[in-house]
Design a protein around this ligand. Structure first.
Ligand code: SF4
Length: 115
């Protein structure tokens, strides 16, 4: 489809990207920010979803709603960085089963530090 419909260029817009089979907002956000430096939204994967909830930034579980909660409280130029930082923190420190509260730099402000 990229070859035939978009002249062999990865599309530069959310609408065009999400018209591709298997591409939803998460993948489209990653493509736009990493290929073109465009912050159209915030890529919400399992880490971003979990950490946003634990940090009290959202009460939602649906990734699109989590994204909608994160965008108004984060400067647009940091949207890509925010996603990367939450993913790295989720992999290294705030893991799903056993979050390492003691070693966490966010423990003083995190409402979930006792879980
Ligand atoms: S204090 Fe605990 S729950 Fe909160 S972000 Fe850090 S590791 Fe995760």
């Amino acid at each position: 489809m990229i070859i035939e419909k978009f002249g062999s260029q990865v599309p530069k817009t959310m609408d065009k990207l999400t018209s591709l089979p298997g591409v939803a907002r998460k993948t489209a956000n990653i493509a736009l920010s990493n290929i073109y430096g465009i912050n159209e939204g915030i890529a919400v994967d399992t880490h971003v979803k979990r950490l946003s909830y634990r940090l009290g930034l959202t009460k939602n579980e649906d990734p699109v709603k989590v994204e909608e909660d994160l965008m108004p409280i984060t400067p647009k130029e940091e949207w890509s960085n925010l996603s990367h930082l939450l993913i790295f923190h989720g992999r290294k420190v705030c893991q799903a089963v056993k979050p390492n509260h003691a070693e966490c730099v966010l423990k003083d402000i995190c409402p979930s530090r006792e879980i």
